[in-house]
Ligand binder design. Sequence first.
Ligand code: NDP
Ligand code: HSE
Length: 446
Amino acid sequence: MSESSTQSEAIGLGMIGFGTVGQGVAQLLHEQAAVYAARVGRPLVLRQVAVRDVGKAQAAAAALDIGLDPKMFTADVDAMIDRDDVAMVIEVAGGLAMRGPVERSLTRGKSVVTANKSLLAAAGSSLFATAREHDAAIAFEASCGGGIPIVTSLLFGLGANRIEAMVGILNGTCNYILTAMTQRGQSYDAALAEAQEKGFAEADPTLDISGRDAAEKLAILASLAYGIEIDVDSIPCEGIDRLDLENIALAAEMGYDIKLLAIAQRYEDGPGDAVSLRVEPCFVDQDMPLSDVHGSFNALSVDGHATGVTTYVGHGAGQMPTASAVVSDVLNVANGWYGQAFARLGAPTGRTAPVVTDELKGRFFVRLNMVDAPGAMAKVATVLGESGINLSSILQHEAAAGQVVPVVVTTHEVDRSAMDAALAKIESLRVIAGRATCLRVLDFED
Ligand code: NDP
Ligand code: HSE
């Protein structure tokens, strides 16, 4: 094949973003060029990369030393998308500002590969409709679970199933922080700084630690699993920013690890086909496989009515795992099969279903700061008893009389709403100082 015929037959790629993920994508396309050309039957060529700061991208490209031409970087996103020799657009810039460029690509019939969960959670169904209208596709494996092919598994591998439930660790930054606090006793702030340094965190890390990033991923996965549109703002979402080393030490003492979990359950007793979704830090029994998922790893357990539970584990964030998901999507789109499948994908259809928020029962861990005085525990126990809440364990370390000490109780199964009402009463007792910490407990009873 001559050089010019190779170039004319090539599939031209344009990319928006050259940060952690974008640089990983460029590296893979360079290192594996011959392999990918064989897999697709035509070479893939990165024609142009759009960024805000061209000089910064050129310096990063020089440091990568993979022969990228400095002239391939531009600040003109629209012109890059409009190039005749760009057939597919890779969006690895992130954020809602990418809606315009993604729509522009799709309306020109150019398929988009994206890692942008914020955009998909906010505008996925509208973008899917635009894509279909213009005979293009959106591929988004990298938006959930980093390098783990969970979108592909859910859409294609588990296509025969009714999905009963999904439970997972969907944010690498939070899992990295919790692991560092648990295993190394590292402070929350130092662990977050490390996660940022390693490129796991979002440009705005409050998206990670508030649980929002996991909620966006849960909204995407649940919309695929249940074929419904989900308003991400309706998902009850609690992050890890209120956890401290003492909570983690208490959990360990009781045989649990604290993990930020994203949970989806088909809600059988509710009206229609409601689904319960939530993101919250939970106590996970140390004997459960999810407690062995450490660092930036993610995991998703999916309960299909025919398969039973299958679990997917791997790097949930980071440069090369995420680049792997992006480039795999590029190959699937370039091969043609993904576009055909996308046209009929059981993804957001405009059908909505109520999100059940507070009715699901669970067991809970409650940490109180209690004045160590006669009758203090009895007062707490009275409120819990009157609320119909049955305790399964109590833990209090020895302290000098009159001091404030942490007291931990775990409960048997109870409605979250009953638990919250009881906590409000307990927090108003004079023997209780400050706010209680209340976390769901996940163990083999669930
Ligand atoms: P970075 O912050 O490292 O890089 C972002 C890149 O996008 C930079 O090159 C930036 O250019 C460019 N960019 C941002 N806004 C614009 C804009 N308006 N126009 C043109 N270029 C723009 O982010 P990541 O690589 O970490 O993440 C990219 C996407 O991948 C995000 O959606 C993220 O959520 C997702 N993701 C990230 C993972 C990770 O582990 N990092 C894992 C999974 C998904 P400049 O520097 O010039 O501003
Ligand atoms: N900030 C995200 C995380 C990146 O930490 O999981 C992967 O989506």
